[in-house]
Design a protein around this ligand. Structure first.
Ligand code: BGC
Length: 738
């Protein structure tokens, strides 16, 4: 440790005060060094990284999780650079590190912030073993287009659900105290609007009116800031003509000006230099100028800052104050993480990879993430005693890697337990099992194995068909235009159906798929997303009724791609469709052509409703919602009212239900969505039990941003529903009065 670091160490002060003291000792070049993150995939050798570390030119490294290399890089930074400033060690820990949770979209289907928090905590503990102290999660981009591959990394379409789960993930990573061993800094990404890319093509343009930015896309980020997130990442995308990485409106005016964020903003991977490719700048120097002045504090993986910031400051194009503010917040985080005291990771002080705690969080999350989409004639759960034989068919029944899903740099597939393994363990010798993979991967075509599969289906009492997408079909840069089951899976379903026995589809996928081609050809569908390490045991528990499904859709399932965007919180419009004002293309009378075909907002060739709505998810029991009521018919601004319902378990098994509160602001100075989720709760009920479920609703919860960009609550009539999906029927109402 050098003398200066020692001096700053002895002072017993807050991180920001210590950071300021250190800042005063720094040269401009050293400050710019802190604003640069360097890719360390190949370690500190080749020596250019070692030299840069010694010269104080690196604030953070990314993408090396070899403990020895990371500790050596820290050693060089701490012992051999002039100021001895430790490094932020960044890594994408998106849904687990070695032990993998369901993909974030699956985590969202749990509607369980406690589980999301615990999943992030165990991921942080595992990642810390390797010296990671900063991760690039949660991804809280609202995603309303299932073609977009990164919907897998999101919490889906809903503002409230994304905000709640994003905040929980931040809390899980950062813990109660960032300085504790096992806490890592979180990064809310990608600010802002990334999920709205045109036609779901990753990196494409976004055009989002300000009221929508504020009422939809910004809100989860505001919630993350309120939850204390340390950092934010910019989006790759162009936002209303100004790429997010050069967009001072979002980074300065809103994030810092309005929300008071005092952490720091990192670019996305080389997204500063990409400002030139966008056509915003002519060269890297201008890109550095735009990004720095827009409020990007650290450059991820590029060299625009390290090459050009110094001269930009000398030329007066970037103020020294801008640099100081950036460096201050970077150093504050480093002090907050306790890196000056403990720069090195000590794996032996942290739990093993794949610990009991991690595996149990992964199993519970997988269990709660699975959504029972349909279950004709209560074909599920299967009863071992009533079954002599079972066919287990499909490319994803026994695929340790594929079940982990996208963005799992460090995931250990050796820890995975597949459905096929778990089903064998579950049934032992009681049921004769036949396993036919049928396709090498999810994109496979018709082949002779289809005959073997059809034969197995015919010879067994029932078939479990494991379908969906392998992991590479979703995630970054993996968008699809056709989101049906890939390859010839539809044909496989039809061949198996033809055997005439019960068919249960278990679908593993990174997005909502369009299932119209198969939905009527199977008796039940369990939608398991990519369920992670413990997906197998969770699925086996559900199939055989050890547990009842309780997942709920965090995103709407369209019937056809052409319906996209389709989401529950849409606006009513002036001509909303209903059963009475739509016409189907097959019903147009050719011989007496009608001039008017319904005159409402619908497609002629499909139904105006989705295949499965947001919030949908069945159980093995039946839940009933009765007597939705409010505690007061009128409330004043600033008051709270309670909305309640009697929730009953009418079946004969214990099960969990996610009760969902929706409201509609009937008249607004800007039009308001037909429904907005305002609360949700998991409730476990014994057979025959009825319980009152209540939600407090403060008038602030009903606020929105108006035409002037200001937050407001407008007096007037509100509708409220509590139900098991957004397809809620019985409603109550109340008024806000002045
Ligand atoms: C992604 C980010 C990610 C970064 C580092 C980029 O391509 O957009 O979300 O954090 O890479 O891996």
């Amino acid at each position: 440790m050098n003398a200066l670091t020692a001096k700053i160490l002895v002072s017993d002060e807050r991180p920001s005060v210590r950071a300021r003291a250190l800042l005063e000792e720094m040269t401009l070049a050293e400050k710019i060094g802190q604003m640069s993150q360097v890719e360390a995939t190949h370690g500190y050798a080749p020596d250019y990284l070692g030299e840069r570390l010694r010269a104080g030119q690196v604030g953070s490294i990314i993408n090396n999780v070899d403990v020895e290399i990371v500790n050596e890089a820290q050693r060089i930074a701490v012992e051999e650079s002039r100021l001895g400033i430790p490094l932020l060690v960044g890594r994408d820990v998106i849904h687990g590190f070695k032990t993998i949770m369901p993909i974030p979209l699956g985590l969202a289907a749990t509607w369980n912030p406690d589980l999301v928090r615990e999943g992030a905590r165990v991921a942080a503990l595992e990642a810390s073993r390797c010296g990671v102290n900063w991760t690039f999660a949660p991804m809280i981009d609202i995603a309303r287009d299932p073609r977009w591959g990164r919907i897998a990394e999101s919490f889906g379409e809903c503002v409230l659900l994304t905000s709640a789960l994003g905040a929980a993930m931040v809390e899980g990573f950062q813990g109660d105290d960032l300085g504790e061993p096992g806490s890592i800094a979180a990064c809310a990404k990608h600010f802002a609007g990334y999920g709205a890319v045109e036609s779901g093509r990753d990196y494409a343009t976004t055009n989002i009116p300000d009221t929508k930015l504020r009422n939809v896309y910004f809100r989860p980020f505001h919630a993350a800031v309120e939850a204390g997130v340390s950092t934010l990442m910019t989006s790759f995308s162009d936002l209303n003509g100004v790429p997010a990485t050069g967009n001072s409106y979002i980074l300065e005016d809103v994030l810092r000006g309005e929300w008071g964020f005092d952490g720091f903003v990192v670019s996305d991977w080389d997204s500063i230099r990409q400002l030139q490719i966008h056509g915003l700048t002519e060269n890297d120097k201008d890109s550095a100028f735009e990004a720095a002045n827009a409020g990007v504090d650290m450059e991820m993986a590029g060299d625009a800052y390290s090459t050009h910031l110094l001269s930009l400051v000398e030329e007066g194009r970037v103020e020294l104050e801008t640099i100081d503010r950036a460096v201050l917040s970077i150093l504050t985080l480093k002090f907050g993480l306790g890196l000056f005291e403990k720069p090195y990771t000590e794996p032996q002080l942290l739990p093993e990879f794949g610990s009991k705690r991690a595996l149990s969080a992964a199993r519970e999350a997988a269990l709660q993430s699975v959504v029972l989409l349909k279950n004709d004639d209560a074909v599920l759960p299967l009863k071992k005693s009533a079954l002599k034989s079972l066919a287990v068919i499909g490319p994803l029944a026994d695929a340790r890697y594929e079940q982990l899903g996208t963005w799992i740099f460090d995931g250990d597939e050796e820890l995975s337990i597949t459905p096929w393994q778990a089903i064998q363990d579950m049934v032992g010798d009681d049921v004769e099992l036949r396993h036919v993979r049928a396709m090498a991967n999810s994109r496979g075509r018709v082949n002779p194995e289809f005959d073997v599969a059809a034969e197995a289906a015919a010879e067994c009492d029932a078939t479990l068909l494991f379908l969906g997408e392998e992991s590479i079909l979703s995630g970054e840069a993996h968008s699809r235009a056709d989101i049906g089951l890939p390859g010839d899976q539809v044909e496989l379903v039809h061949r198996v159906r033809a055997a005439g026995k019960p068919v249960i589809a278990v679908i593993l996928a990174g997005r909502p798929l369009t299932l119209s081609d198969v939905v009527d050809s199977v008796d039940a569908i369990l939608y398991a997303w990519h369920p992670g390490t413990m997906g197998g045991p969770a699925i086996a528990d559900l199939v055989f009724g050890m547990e009842a499904p309780s997942g709920k859709l965090p995103a709407t399932f369209p019937r056809l791609v052409g319906q996209i965007p389709i989401y529950y919180s849409q606006k009513n419009g002036g001509k909303p469709p209903s059963k009475d004002n739509v016409v189907h293309i097959d019903d147009i009378d050719t011989f007496a052509p009608q001039t008017s075909l319904g005159m409402s907002a619908f497609h002629l060739d499909t139904c105006f409703t989705p295949l499965f709505p947001f919030g949908h998810g069945l159980s093995y029991t039946e839940f009933a919602y009765d007597n939705v009521r409010v505690s007061a018919e009128e409330i004043r601004l600033g008051d709270t009212l309670t909305v309640s319902v009697d929730l009953s378990n009418r079946g004969d098994i214990e099960a969990e239900e996610v009760a969902q509160l929706y409201t509609r602001d009937v008249v607004g100075s800007i039009t308001r969505p037909v429904k907005e989720l305002k609360g949700f709760r998991r409730v476990r009920l014994a057979p025959g039990e009825t319980r009152t479920v209540s939600f407090d609703l403060h008038t602030d919860d009903l606020s929105f941003y108006g035409r002037d960009g200001e937050r407001r609550i407008e007096p007037g009539l509100f509708h409220a529903w509590i139900a098991g999906s957004c397809d809620a029927e019985s409603r109550t109402e109340f008024r806000i009065v002045d």
